[in-house]
Ligand binder design. Structure first.
Ligand SMILES: [Zn+2]
Length: 135
């Protein structure tokens, strides 16, 4: 197991820090990603680690910025060490889709493809099972 995992997972409450997927229902531990890739100057310590589901980590890759689909502005992606999830995202309780409520939130939802059909369907089931918080 990744030596960073216990610290990152506990701090994240065993949820993806981007889409809030609940790790408990997956059959493999989530990944510890570097918010700022080490190859781009990011530190390899707790201040730069985030627990991420495979889907979010795959789509984020080494990206640090993305376009807000509403305004076209290129903005930083959500940083779970510096920002609060609730300030940038909501989960629509009817559709279980994630809604960005800021430029950063919208850019992150789009870049990490958080509302792909498989993601949204899984989230709908998590909401029904009451293992996914809707705000
Ligand atoms: Zn995720």
């Amino acid at each position: 197991m990744n030596s960073r995992y216990p610290t990152a997972a506990q701090r994240a409450g065993h949820r993806c820090e981007y889409c809030r997927a609940p790790e408990a229902i997956f059959n493999f531990p989530f990944e510890v990603e570097h918010i700022v890739p080490t190859g781009r100057g990011g530190a390899d310590d707790v201040s730069n680690w985030a627990l991420s589901c495979r889907a979010c980590n795959l789509h984020k890759g080494a990206r640090l910025v993305a376009a807000d689909p509403q305004t076209g502005a290129v903005v930083s992606l959500f940083n779970p060490r510096e920002q609060r999830w609730e300030d940038h995202f909501r989960c629509d309780p009817n559709t279980a889709e994630l809604v960005g409520i800021t430029r950063i939130g919208r850019a992150t939802v789009a870049c990490l493809q958080m509302n792909r059909p498989a993601q949204s369907e899984a989230r709908r089931q998590w909401v029904q099972l009451r293992i996914y918080p809707t705000l």
